[in-house]
Design a protein around this ligand. Structure first.
Ligand code: MSP
Length: 497
């Protein structure tokens, strides 16, 4: 099965922060998990480099937009690499490959009769690059997201006939509720659609930083149509000489935050349908990482520097923390103290310590050879079906819940050590068979858990899997190995700070 997962493309008008890394880490967890299941995976992330958000920032800094994005895009690319994202391509909307394909796409939409000339008049937020409906305007004609005054705009544009898709979109989300997750976000999208869809500007005349319309090069494409198209255009040029669109379109999942729901759930599927293409299969809308009560954002200046966090805790700890602390789909506060607490209690103690002491006991009591024996029925029952449960949750992009399922078993193994007391069994030759079973159970449990945790903790689980003599990443059941392999002691996976 082909599996295509995307992240939003981030505005490269400033420094990347943890909020950006969050969506990419989420997509990467899904991508890694699906690869472990043997699926044909493609993951995309990248930067959005056109439109006012970029043009205004460049102006403020006294550089050209191109200079600005050339300076900033590498920082975003660096960030996603530092969080160990395994994306298959990093798209920049200034790529020639993207520009050419987005022009083709918009031409198709026009050829199909969904484009006309008109005058736009209304409210506009230059930071969202969003034409706001009456229902989306804050007190005193401000942007509720950026808390800045909206601009009153009037301009001659080319329009996209969004209104033609009202019924189709309603039907799409009524008939197939799983298309927008969580469900309350689907309701939000539906109520926006039911409120009546007005046609929307497809181009801007008062802005020059963007993709020129092929039939009217004085106008540039409205940045949202340019940006959304990345999910499709990337497949056309990510691999030289290969067109991957047949193989991966429609996308399995778009991952994004709630601020850009309307564009993804309303504009994008309509635009695709207008071009004669299928809408994405599903999208998952996550919440915001908050610092205290406020959204972490560049404009509010309350960002946690992911580079620093990674320097101190490692990428695994950051990935783990973000999906353990904040329920995926909801807003949630994060903090340095929170990081340190979870690092200590869950990563260093629950998991790291369990791994070190289990391996040390196999080394000490059985010269590092995992005893060959029948599996302990107690553990067999606990581990029964875990791969299926985690897979089913991740099929629904339930990243936090899947992690909780796995962690229940991490705790279970810790209790198992306490209950079975291998150090006591080791004192009595009469308990040798029982000790064999316990050590076998611990290594088997660790092996299964490391495989399941691999998408979350790619580095520490790689170390652990190597020490466990487990060369493969594919998910396999508890007791699928009966023992006999050599294991090695390890240094603490998460050293105490
Ligand atoms: N360029 C548009 C998206 C175009 S997608 C076709 C954009 N860029 S952005 O730089 O503002 O990034 C928005 C995305 O970054 C959010 O949708 C979310 O995925 C992520 N986040 C930015 N700040 C965030 C938090 N504080 N918390 C969680 N995610 C955040 O909008």
């Amino acid at each position: 099965m082909s599996y295509y997962v995307t992240t939003p493309i981030y505005y490269s008008n400033g420094e990347p922060h943890l909020g950006h890394a969050y969506s990419t880490m989420a997509a990467d967890i899904l991508a890694r998990h699906m690869r472990q299941r043997g699926e044909d995976v493609f993951m995309l992330t990248g930067t959005d480099e056109h439109g006012e958000p970029i043009a205004l920032a460049a102006e403020a800094e006294g550089v050209s937009p191109q200079e600005l994005v050339d300076r900033n895009a590498p920082k975003f690319e660096d960030l996603v690499e530092r969080v160990d994202s395994t994306h298959d391509f990093f798209i920049r909307t200034t790529d020639k490959g993207h520009v050419e394909r987005v022009q083709e796409l918009v031409t198709r939409v026009r050829d199909n009769g969904y484009v006309y000339q008109g005058t736009y008049e209304g409210w506009y937020c230059p930071r969202c690059a969003d034409f706001k409906n009456e229902s989306e305007i804050g007190p005193g004609d401000t942007c509720p997201i950026h808390e800045i005054p909206l601009l009153r705009e009037k301009e001659e544009n080319w329009f996209f006939r969004l209104s033609a898709f009202q019924e189709k979109l309603e039907k799409l989300y009524e008939d197939e509720p799983g298309r927008i997750m969580p469900d309350f976000r689907r309701n939000e999208a539906l109520s926006f659609i039911r409120g009546g869809l007005r046609d929307v500007s497809l181009s801007r005349s008062q802005l020059s930083w963007g993709v020129p319309l092929p039939w009217d090069p004085d106008q540039v494409m409205y940045v949202w149509f340019d940006a959304l198209s990345n999910y499709y255009t990337a497949l056309g040029y990510a691999r030289e000489g290969e067109d991957l669109s047949e193989r991966y379109w429609p996308a399995s999942w778009h991952i994004l935050a709630k601020d850009i729901l309307k564009f993804h759930a309303v504009y994008w599927p309509a635009f695709l349908m207008a071009a004669g293409l299928e809408p994405p299969q599903r999208m998952f809308i996550h919440g915001y990482l908050l610092m205290g009560e406020k959204k972490m954002s560049k404009s509010l200046g309350n960002v946690l520097d992911p580079f620093e966090v990674i320097e101190k805790f490692g990428a695994d700890a950051l990935r783990f923390y973000c999906f353990r602390e904040v329920s995926f789909g909801q807003d949630g506060s994060i903090s340095t103290e929170g990081f340190e607490k979870r690092y200590e209690s869950e990563l260093a103690n629950d998991f790291g310590n369990l791994a070190s002491r289990s391996l040390a006991m196999v080394d000490r009591y059985r010269d590092g050879l995992v005893p060959e024996t029948d599996a302990d029925p107690l553990l067999l029952a606990d581990f029964d079906g875990i791969n299926e449960r985690v897979s089913a949750l991740l099929d629904e992009a339930q990243i936090g819940q899947a992690l909780e399922e796995i962690w229940v078993l991490v705790r279970r193994l810790n209790r198992y050590v306490e209950e079975s007391q291998p150090w006591v069994l080791a004192k009595d030759e009469g308990d040798a068979a029982r000790l064999d079973q316990v050590l076998n159970g611990l290594t088997e449990g660790l092996r299964v858990l490391s495989l399941l945790l691999h998408p979350y903790l790619p580095n520490s689980t790689a170390t652990l899997l190597a020490a466990l003599g487990e060369p493969e990443l594919s998910l396999r059941e508890f007791a699928s190995r009966s023992g006999g392999q050599k294991v090695e002691r390890i240094e603490p996976l998460f050293p105490k700070l």
